[in-house]
Design a protein around this ligand. Structure first.
Ligand code: SIN
Length: 463
């Protein structure tokens, strides 16, 4: 990596910018500065922290087009999605600007009349975040906003592929009046910075969005200093379509969850599990829609599906498709590519596969690409068994208008986020997070500020 990070446009392979990689000494200093700012920041009133966050959100919105363009250039997603992500990012800041004022304690009836019990909340201390390239704005604000609202200073290492969006957002945070020592970024390789974060006694919490193997590594390393962790890790979302579902609606919602961000989201539907009596009709409709999607450079205004972030991601998707086809899957759409290794761009056309079987790699490993494998089921028990059969438990979707079927699926699916007739359940107001190897803790909603707070209990005696 040297001491320069070369940020490239994944749609063209061209260099956008060179960014300085921070030295270990600079990272150590940034951590110390963040830690030293805690005494000051935690004393800023909740109302003032709220005001500063609101300022930040407003200033980001004033720069919406500029940020969206940076995001599309470094991530590749269509401009309309980048604009949507700027809104998604500020929705977290707005939500936590309000929650800052609602960090309540409580009193508990004591066991004797000579005592009083008071429970209060205090900020945990310096928070370090490691954020992903697939949502360079929203995954940062989803962590920074509750941390700052709670009274914690914040330091982030953005993904090496997409540092520019984060750098811009933090520049705007400073412009909004949030002190420069209270919110900072550092650039570097994940393994170096991650290790420095996890081993520092100044950092009290690590919050990470990324792959399950890296999450496990960070949890292990954080054990040394007993840090709090929030982990939003991999997913392999099932999407079940019951026999009674409204097919056109289910197809439209599947298109949203499957092809948003070229299928490069942790919550996108990766295993489409359709009742055998409607599988053919559903598959044909989905394939027709998928074939109509416009693939290209996110800066072109008609583009609906952008590039894959890099060669490694591309190779994984192609290998999964090839494995499925080799084992008998049929291609209804896609399995087409526009890739040039020398230039450094990789596009995968939206792909729909039928006749998919549980032993195919695509049914077991997270895809992170625009591929919709369709497998059939006969009974609901069978659908649940397929859905729950991986180590992941982030998001699941099902489509039915029968309340008994819906209630059964809700009760039996082991996932943190469930969309019932809803392919887009994300939002700042909801608790986002997974079960099993998809993570620990929740981000968003009233739950999302709790991980940045310590609970302190006071017992007053001799009254
Ligand atoms: C993710 O893919 O990590 C986040 C997606 C979302 O917030 O909807």
């Amino acid at each position: 990596m040297g001491n320069i990070l070369i940020v490239k446009n994944p749609a063209t392979g061209k260099v956008i910018k060179e960014v300085k990689i921070n030295s270990e000494e600079e990272i150590r200093q940034a951590i110390k500065i963040g830690h030293d700012s805690f005494e000051k920041w935690k004393k800023v009133s909740a109302h003032e922290r709220s005001r500063l966050l609101t300022n930040w959100s407003r200033i980001i919105q004033e720069h919406k087009d500029e940020i969206a363009e940076i995001m599309t250039l470094e991530n590749g997603k269509p401009l309309s999605e980048s604009r949507g992500e700027v809104d998604y990012a500020t929705s977290y800041i707005d939500w936590y600007a309000e929650e800052a004022k609602r960090i309540y304690g409580r009193t508990v009836p004591a066991s004797s009349e000579t005592k009083r019990i008071v429970v209060s909340k205090q900020p945990i201390g310096l928070v370090a975040a490691i954020t992903p390239w697939n949502f360079p704005a929203a995954m940062m604000t989803r962590k920074a906003a509750p941390a700052l609202a709670a009274g914690c200073p914040f330091i982030v290492k953005p993904a090496a592929e997409t540092p520019l969006t984060t750098m811009k957002l933090i520049e705007l945070a400073h412009e909004a009046g949030i002190p420069t020592d209270v919110i900072q970024y550092v650039n570097g390789s994940g393994s170096v910075v991650g290790k420095m974060f996890t081993s520092s006694e100044y950092i009290r919490k690590i919050t990470f969005t990324g792959s399950t193997p890296i999450g496990k590594q960070l949890i292990k390393e954080s054990a040394e200093t007993i840090k709090h962790v929030t982990m939003e890790l991999g997913g392999h979302a099932p999407l079940i379509i019951a026999e009674d579902a409204d097919l056109d609606f289910a197809v439209a919602q599947t298109m949203i969850t499957k092809f948003r961000n070229a299928g490069q989201t942790c919550v996108c539907a990766n295993r489409i599990i359709v009742h055998e009596n409607i599988a053919e009709a559903f598959s044909e409709k989905l394939a027709k829609e998928a074939r109509n999607l416009k693939v290209g450079n996110g800066l072109d205004k008609d583009t609906q599906v952008g590039p894959i972030i890099n060669e490694k991601g591309f190779e994984k998707i192609v290998a999964q498709i090839n494995d499925a086809v080799k084992k008998g899957a049929e291609v209804l759409a896609g399995n087409r590519y526009n890739a040039d290794k020398d230039q450094g761009y990789f596009f995968v056309y939206p792909t729909v596969l039928t006749n998919v079987k549980p032993d195919m790699v695509i049914m077991q490993e997270e895809t992170f690409g625009p591929v919709a494998p369709i497998i059939t089921f006969r009974t609901l028990e069978e659908a649940v068994e397929i859905a729950n059969s991986t180590p992941y438990g982030l998001a699941a979707y099902f489509f039915t208008n029968n309340y008994k079927t819906g209630t059964y699926l809700h009760d039996h699916l082991d996932f943190g986020i469930i969309g019932w007739n809803d392919g887009a359940p994300s939002g700042a107001h909801i608790p986002f997070g997974g079960m099993k190897e998809s993570g620990l803790g929740r981000e968003g909603g009233i739950e999302g500020i709790e991980p940045y707070l310590e609970t302190k209990y006071l017992s007053i005696g001799n009254l």
